[in-house]
Design a protein. Structure first.
Length: 324
């Protein structure tokens, strides 16, 4: 057989069989940082290798590349969101306060202003910037919080939206959603000329939950109907949604393969959807991050990192993974 023909056959065989040799298309991640027993709450990537979290209600910063942990005990925080462009942190607390926090380049407190004091418990704030304005959501709870009994009435959850230019004076644009199911893990972003709000709607605490989205074409004046992009087939916890070349990449954790184990049985999944919130593919699971409750993601140089609690309920380990 001529050498040229053998070479062509060889190249064809590589083309056909090489993809099947690469983990059979599986997604994998590996651990890059661990801090056992931290028992932290909400956590977000801040800047570079700096992560924000809360430990015992105190705002805490972790540099996971240099293994440095700094606690700002005077800043009481339970839930928060980071606007990455200006490094603005909006937070809420069990003290029923909503505030804006700014840090200097050395991670010292530059400003810490309480902007709203509420009679209701405010949770899961989110923030995004459009032009010179910031758009902020806060979820207020009136009544029972995180009810875990499906036979009892839950509190009324209301996702409210505000806008502000100076981060001190806020205009209430209206309430987006109200429900007597848990509305959690809210993410806000502006993409394709639309203001999007994504969230988890939970039947009861640690029960099955759907992942949903809603959008506004007039910057918060009117809203579309909510659309489910991940049905309530497990305890699905929304981690992050990243714009990705004309679509959204959705990262979430779920106990889909360990139903009833909630956070301790969670694993990380990825799925894509279009700007109309239609699923473009089936969810795919990452191997190597069992027992994960996903808090946040960031993608740099085509590599995604995952910020998680491992076995949140029983052990409370703080872990950062990277996509392999």
């Amino acid at each position: 057989m001529p050498r040229k023909l053998l070479f062509i056959i060889y190249i064809a065989c590589i083309t056909i069989f090489l993809p099947s040799c690469q983990n059979n298309g599986r997604l994998e991640c590996s651990e890059i940082y661990r801090l056992n027993g931290l028992k932290n709450g909400d956590a977000k990537f801040y800047d570079g290798s700096i992560v924000c979290t809360n430990v015992d209600n105190a705002f805490t910063l972790i540099d996971y590349k240099n293994d440095i942990k700094t606690t700002l005990r005077d800043v009481r925080v339970n839930w928060f969101s980071v606007e990455k462009t200006d490094k603005i942190i909006v937070y809420s607390s069990f003290d029923r306060q909503i505030g804006i926090l700014k840090l200097d380049d050395k991670l010292n407190v530059k400003e810490n202003n309480v902007v709203i004091s509420s009679k209701l418990l405010p949770i899961d704030p989110s923030i995004t910037k459009i032009g010179d304005k910031y758009y902020i959501t806060v979820t207020y709870i009136d009544g029972a919080v995180n009810n875990s009994d499906k036979d009892k009435e839950n509190g009324l959850y209301t996702v409210a939206m505000y806008s502000t230019e100076d981060l001190l004076n806020w205009e209430h644009l209206g309430n987006i959603i109200e429900d007597r199911h848990n509305l959690e893990d809210v993410i806000t972003c502006f993409e394709n000329g639309r203001l999007y709000v994504f969230y988890e709607r939970e039947e009861y605490d640690k029960g099955s939950s759907s992942l949903e989205g809603i959008y506004s074409d007039d910057r918060g004046i009117s809203w579309s109907e909510p659309k489910v992009f991940r049905k309530a087939d497990a305890d699905n916890e929304l981690g992050n949604i990243e714009p990705d070349n004309g679509r959204f990449t959705v990262y979430y954790s779920s106990d889909a393969e360990n139903k009833g184990m909630s956070y301790d049985g969670g694993e990380i999944y990825v799925q894509h959807m279009d700007y109309e919130l239609n699923a473009l593919d089936a969810p795919k699971k990452y191997e190597g991050c069992e027992g994960a409750l996903l808090y946040d993601t960031k993608t740099e140089d085509d590599t995604t990192q995952f910020l998680c609690a491992e076995k949140y309920i029983t052990e409370g380990n703080f872990v950062v993974y990277k996509e392999d």
